[in-house]
Design a protein around this ligand. Structure first.
Ligand SMILES: [Zn+2]
Ligand SMILES: [Zn+2]
Length: 425
């Protein structure tokens, strides 16, 4: 068996003190942190050559890291060895009588398979084996670029969240939807959050994902996984928040507008895109700032009120051209003033469907979210949208689909389906 040191995990009690040593005193670079919600831990990666140090910070008192520190104090927690074939490695270990924590590999971060070996067999060290995700598997949290005439469309990703499967499919029975979207043990299905960057005469981002203002309870309830998020994907696209001129909202629900703002070091909320004008439909703004019992849970004032305070908010009353080639159209349905974005250049068309058709499973007429305030309006808007998209051979962007970033709608023998677009790096 060939193994490579992937990383060394260090349980940290006082993160600031640890950063003072690893970052400041040693002068190492600390990457953006990753939160592993299920483990109640936040990991700060410190690259050292081909491997890295992983500073592990508990986010709750019942976290395994918190318990470890209680028992033994901070320090070396585990080492992780990268292997090509984790099943073969486990079989070999078993044949040699090693005690395993995980008899079978289980899914780890970024599509890897992992398994732990008990410290009693590894001379007091907790050893993790890791088989990285195969490179040929399409990753939907990676940046994808599409050319559309004079425009470039870049699908970004702000990670994933989980919402109740029943609420996502309204009147559709679970017996049907669970085939399209398998639920977890809390009946939640995985949804991506994929803002779209449009580069033309100006640089625009449509929606901005969840952002990072939420507390641990929220992140647990919604199974938030932002291991790779908007910051990472913007950087991969070669951009920073400074490059964005226009932020366009389809609507102000937290999974679309959360990334509009951030909390700075002093705790103050401010616009995340410092140079941008934020464009919001006036009706949606009115609804979001006057929520009622039925929609209150979908809105958080922290996502959009600071925009008005900062003077960067621009309210638009009607369907309008936002920049050359980019046009918003109200659909209603999901919220009264929910809008989608049609993009045209060089005779080609794309459309950002937002929550009118959040996933490919929602391509069918009756598959309408239980969250929608006016489902009959959704139905009418969806039918018109599908006819339009097919007539114009539009590339449809599915903001929430965990697997399909974009595709084309097709109707054959009375059946509607989505042909996923070819992916280009
Ligand atoms: Zn929504
Ligand atoms: Zn949504």
């Amino acid at each position: 068996m060939k193994a490579t040191l992937d990383h060394v995990g260090i349980a940290v009690q006082d993160l600031d003190a640890a950063l003072a040593f690893y970052r400041d005193a040693l002068g190492l670079e600390v990457e953006a942190s990753e939160e592993v919600v299920s483990q109640r831990v936040r990991a700060h990666f410190v690259p050292v050559g081909a491997s890295s140090l992983e500073l592990l910070e508990a986010t709750a008192t019942d976290s395994a890291i918190a318990k470890y520190i209680d028992k033994r104090g901070p320090g070396l927690h585990h080492i992780t060895l990268r292997v090509d074939d984790i099943a073969a490695a486990l079989a070999q270990l078993k044949a040699h009588g090693a005690r395993l924590v995980d008899e079978q590999p289980r899914p780890g971060a970024e599509g890897a398979m992992v398994a732990f070996i008990h410290p009693s067999s590894a001379h007091g060290v907790l050893v993790e084996l890791k088989q990285p995700a195969p490179h040929d598997r399409p990753r939907t949290d990676a940046v994808r670029r599409f050319a559309l005439g004079n425009l470039e469309l870049i699908a970004l990703c702000d990670g994933f969240l989980r919402l109740d499967g029943g609420a996502m499919f309204g009147v559709v029975p679970k017996a049907l939807w669970q085939k399209a979207a398998p639920p977890d043990d809390r009946n939640r299905i995985t949804l991506a959050m994929r803002p779209l960057l449009v580069r033309g005469v100006r640089t625009m981002i449509i929606d901005a994902g969840l952002g990072d203002k939420d507390d641990a309870g929220f992140r647990d309830m919604y199974g938030v996984d932002r291991a790779r998020n908007l910051d990472h994907t913007l950087a991969e696209a070669g951009l920073t928040v400074e490059d964005v001129d226009i932020v366009l909202a389809t609507h102000l629900h937290f999974d679309h507008a959360g990334g509009f703002t951030l909390r700075d070091r002093s705790g103050r909320l401010r616009p995340r895109f410092p140079r941008a004008q934020y464009i919001v439909r006036r009706g949606e703004w009115e609804d979001a700032t006057h929520p009622h019992a039925r929609n209150r849970a979908s809105y958080s004032g922290d996502d959009y009120l600071p925009l008005a305070d900062a003077g960067v908010l621009q309210l638009v009353d009607e369907d309008a051209t936002i920049m050359p080639g980019v046009h918003v159209r109200r659909t209603g349905g999901h919220t009264m003033h929910h809008q989608i974005v049609w993009i045209e250049s060089g005779g080609r068309t794309a459309v950002f469907a937002a929550d009118l058709m959040p996933t490919t499973a929602h391509a069918r007429d009756a598959w309408i979210m239980g969250y929608d305030l006016y489902p009959m309006d959704t139905l009418a808007a969806k039918q018109a949208f599908v006819a339009d998209a097919i007539a114009r051979d539009a590339l449809v962007f599915f903001e929430h689909d965990p697997a399909v970033i974009a595709g084309r709608l097709l109707e054959q023998d009375g059946k509607r389906r989505v042909v996923a677009a070819e992916m280009h790096h």
